[in-house]
Write a protein of this length. Structure first.
Lengths: 280, 377
């Protein structure tokens, strides 16, 4: 029946694995509960799903897994509201509703042949992780690859094991900073945009992908622009309230854009004039 | 005007309108028409022309709506009320699915197979439906429930000869006469000794129905009278909206100080968005039964004037009333054009009438015009 393809109906997914990333952030690995043997969940890096917990509600969450491994759908979630707090209580074997994937993607193909600067703040690393996986799998297609990551405290650093791995690679530069820390922290203290000054940027041959709080993205764009990058080579991922994910409910409007179907990933040049408007 | 393609116009004695209603019921339609209820003209199911608001006119102004007796017994002698046809095609509250905890299979609500026949649709309202078509039916994702109800509906338009003081459709080219989007079109002609309609069809469905009626061809005098009524109706409208200019002004002035002033007057009651025939925002509510075994998702109308509309973790994006008013007006008159190729306003004036503090969009838009140096000095 057409019910299977109705974009407003959540499909059941089983939680196969729960990873506690930080005190408030966790990762679900999900598998599709389908009887027809349809196992893979294809998506593009940067897209999101609407995740539903039974009876509690539904929220948009970016996909944080590897697009080359579609057998498991991976979401990294921070418990901040009623739905995400209900999700935090779910265990392996529980079921979650999924609608999607929706939205635009990081320009991983467009970036081929260029240097890539990836800048993430807090849980903003989760929507960028699929792009990082994808770029590293095709590493020879890219020039320099840089990851700048900032968290509030050392305890809030996401995907620590992978960050160590990436930092250990000879073909990738990884710089990490935290907003504040105790004396045991030997790394950088400061905001993410400050890291931009410390990396080599070839402005004519670089694509930047930025995801984090709006204030952080604002200063990252300024920092990259000051290094000579044009606004159409800087990509940001935006966030707004969403109820439907398919452009019908009106909630995610951002000027003329619907974040759910025109975004969430935008070249900054497309939203530059909107970005400066307070409370838009 | 190409006279060849002009469909033939007939005369329908008022007493014969009942026959059209009966024929529509015979064909399986549920007829919805105007009625007087709670001192307003509202739209609800109708089986007899006796239920039409004969002899009533709606006197409207900013923040004011009053029904008064007319000098005649016209059935469609009012403009538009608080209802619009939106509530039938895009219901204010609708169950989307039911889901069991055990199986976690979401069962979509069975499709509403009602075939509506809307009697008394104004030109502005036909334009509003065409706008909602672009939102719900013609985009990359369609709302199947809307598309079905809308595609199955039968539209009997009635030319508007009695615009309210709040109307401004003539300046937006959305009325007062209907030009397309209807199956049948009526113009009410009433005098001391006769009550009749001019009737013409605008679709194959309408032509087929009209074909069964054997009505006389309209006289040139009656046609002339109908034209005259429409010209007079257009002349009666004093409020204006320059669509192109409004769009430019709003896009150029997102930080204009007038937004703050508007924010202090607007009560954020959301009335304007509820009565607007094009506003389409909705939210969803997830509920469970008492045992927690069954859950449902309901969709209901939402408004950009509520705080929750822009809530994301950590707070509300549009926490000031000024920002919420700016979102509504800028979307309606400016960014709607970017999204759907048309303005989101049809000039029906409902937002002016039903605003409790009488904010008038046609007046407010002029406040964004640059002050010329001569007058500023």
């Amino acid at each position: 029946m057409a019910a299977q393809t109705d974009p407003m109906l959540p499909r059941p997914f089983r939680i196969e694995k729960v990873t506690h990333e930080t005190a408030d952030t966790f990762t679900f690995e999900l598998s599709q509960q389908q009887t027809n043997g349809n196992s893979g969940f294809d998506f593009a890096c940067g897209q999101f799903n609407m995740l539903y917990t039974f009876g509690t509600g539904e929220i948009p969450v970016s996909i944080s897994g590897d697009p080359a491994r579609p057998q498991r759908l991976v979401h990294t979630i921070r418990a901040v509201g009623s739905v995400t707090r209900a999700m935090k209580k779910l265990k392996k074997g529980d079921t979650l509703g999924v609608r999607g994937p929706f939205g635009s993607a990081w320009p991983v193909q467009q970036a081929e042949g260029n240097d890539v600067v990836i800048i993430a703040g807090g849980i903003g690393l989760a929507p960028l992780r699929p792009a990082i996986y994808s770029i590293l799998q095709n590493r020879e297609k890219y020039g320099n690859v840089v990851l700048l990551y900032g968290a509030r405290t050392p305890q809030d650093i996401l995907f620590e094991k992978e960050l160590r791995e990436w930092r250990g690679r000879f073909d990738m530069q990884v710089l990490i900073t935290v907003d504040h820390a105790l004396g045991t922290w030997k790394g950088n203290i400061g905001v993410v945009p400050d890291l931009i000054k410390r990396v080599k940027i070839d402005p004519d041959n670089t694509i930047a992908m930025v995801c984090g709080p709006e204030i952080m993205m604002r200063f990252c764009v300024i920092g990259l622009h000051n290094r000579g990058m044009e606004h159409d080579t800087i990509f940001v991922s935006m966030e707004r309230n969403m109820k439907c994910g398919i452009g019908l409910c009106g909630h995610c409007q951002y000027g003329p854009e619907f974040i759910c179907k025109d975004g969430p990933v935008f070249p900054f040049s497309k939203i530059r004039t909107l970005f400066d408007i307070y409370e838009l | 005007m190409n006279k060849k393609s002009k469909p033939s116009t007939h005369t329908l004695p008022a007493s014969q309108l009942q026959k059209i209603i009966d024929l529509l019921y015979d064909q399986g339609y549920t007829v919805i028409g105007p009625q007087r209820r709670d001192n307003a003209i509202i739209y609800d199911e109708i089986t007899s022309t006796d239920a039409l608001p004969a002899g009533w006119i709606d006197v409207q102004e900013g923040g004011t709506y009053q029904l008064q007796r007319r000098d005649d017994d016209a059935w469609f002698g009012y403009a538009v009320g608080p209802h619009s046809w939106k509530q039938f095609l895009f219901p204010a509250k609708k169950k989307l699915f039911t889901i069991e905890r055990e199986t976690f299979r979401a069962q979509a609500e069975p499709a509403d197979k009602t075939r509506y026949a809307f009697l008394g649709v104004r030109s502005c309202e036909l334009h509003a439906i065409a706008i909602q078509d672009k939102v719900f039916r013609d985009g990359p994702y369609a709302d199947p429930a809307y598309s079905r109800l809308r595609n199955n509906a039968f539209f009997i338009a009635v030319n508007c000869t009695e615009p309210a003081a709040t109307c401004f459709c003539s300046s937006m080219n959305t009325g007062p006469g209907a030009e397309s989007g209807y199956d049948l079109l009526l113009t009410e002609l009433i005098s001391s000794d006769q009550h009749e309609f001019l009737i013409s069809s605008g679709s194959a469905k309408g032509r087929a129905l009209l074909g069964t009626m054997e009505l006389p061809e309209a006289t040139p005098a009656a046609r002339e009278r109908s034209q005259e009524l429409l010209t007079r109706a257009a002349e009666k409208m004093h409020r204006r909206m320059d669509t192109e200019k409004a769009r430019k002004l709003l896009l150029a002035n997102p930080e204009h100080p007038h937004w703050q002033e508007l924010g202090t007057r607007c009560l954020n009651c959301a009335n304007c968005t509820m009565v607007c025939p094009t506003c389409f925002c909705s939210t969803v509510e997830d509920v469970t039964n008492l045992t927690g075994d069954t859950a449902e998702r309901w969709r209901r109308w939402d408004s950009c004037f509520t705080m929750g509309h822009s809530y994301i973790h950590g707070g509300h994006i549009r926490s000031s009333g000024a920002a919420r008013y700016r979102q509504w007006l800028t979307h309606k008159l400016a960014t709607w054009v970017d999204q759907f190729g048309v303005s989101g306003c049809v000039g029906c004036g409902r937002c002016i009438t039903w605003c409790p503090v009488a904010i008038d969009v046609t007046e407010e838009i002029t406040k964004f015009e640059p002050v010329t140096r001569d007058t500023a000095a």
